[in-house]
Design a binder for this molecule. Structure first.
Ligand SMILES: [Mg+2]
Length: 279
């Protein structure tokens, strides 16, 4: 049964829907329950792999769609599409880097889960899922500055980028959370059209929530953008200029819940008013 308003919510996980320290989403319950009640799809948008996201979803049942590897892969209704670079391109480029630099190069795609576990501190089961990568590959190396420069050049030649995260340099495509979000909206619209009784095409109103610079393309794409303030930082400065950006009143899932509820109130009230005007 399709919901009666075409709204979709896109959310980052760590530090946004999940508490920065405990990874709990319990405090987001009020808004999560309301989304379920209204049949509004919730989409996870993360740098995690699909295997990691699917595992989270198996236990939580929170998400209707998954966007993994920072926008490189999309999963909706059992269909997986890879928008990031081909896996072979990533592998070939890594091998080129390996033969051009002066230090040994391994990566999540080349080592055993035991090594990933040792490098990341993840339990083995999680390390296995973190290693199941489609279109991005964190390098395991100890580079000098000149190695990084060489690697960046080789990556660029293959239309890839070398992004420094908290801990690893990750070889990945230029795909971003924003592009993936637009594609997911297209797919949701198709699903909506198939389900709706009168066959009317509806433009989806989108809400996106994030806390970090890699969320900016997703927030920029949304009709309603929510920045989750950092839990441990000082004053939160807006990540981007956006006519409809709000900073959640609290960090983590509690702020997530309040912001989503406020926006839903606003959208639903606007809908009611326009029904009065035009109905
Ligand atoms: Mg985050």
């Amino acid at each position: 049964m399709p919901h009666n308003r075409a709204i979709a919510v896109f959310t980052d996980l760590d530090g946004t829907l999940l508490d920065h320290d405990t990874y709990s989403w319990t405090d987001a319950r009020p808004a999560l329950d309301r989304l379920k009640q209204l049949s509004i799809p919730l989409i996870a948008v993360s740098s995690k792999t699909l295997a990691e996201l699917e595992h989270i979803n198996q236990t939580s049942g929170l998400f209707d769609g998954l966007i993994g590897e920072n926008g490189g892969v999309i999963a909706l209704g059992g269909n997986v599409e890879q928008y990031g670079p081909a896996t072979e391109t990533v592998d070939r480029t890594r091998e080129e880097i390996k033969s051009a630099v002066t230090v040994p190069v391994d990566s999540f795609r080349t080592v055993s889960p035991e090594v990933i576990a040792a490098e990341t501190g993840l339990p083995l089961e999680d390390a296995i899922r973190a290693g199941q990568r489609h279109c991005s590959d964190p390098l395991i190396w100890q580079p000098a500055a000149k190695d990084i420069a060489v690697a960046r050049k080789i990556a660029e030649k293959a239309d890839l980028t070398l992004v420094k995260g908290g801990r690893f340099h990750t070889l990945c495509g230029p795909s971003s959370k924003g592009i993936a979000m637009r594609r997911m909206v297209e797919r949701l619209s198709v699903a909506w059209l198939q389900e709706s009784a009168d066959g009317t095409h509806q433009r989806f109103t989108t809400i996106a929530l994030g806390d970090s610079p890699n969320d900016i393309p997703m927030l920029a794409e949304a009709d309603y953008a929510v920045q989750i303030p950092s839990k441990h930082g000082k004053r939160t400065l807006p990540l981007l200029e956006h006519s409809n950006l709000r900073i959640a009143p609290e960090p983590g899932p509690a702020g997530w819940s309040k912001a989503v509820n406020d926006i839903l109130d606003q959208i639903i009230n606007t809908n009611k008013n326009s029904e009065v005007l035009h109905g």
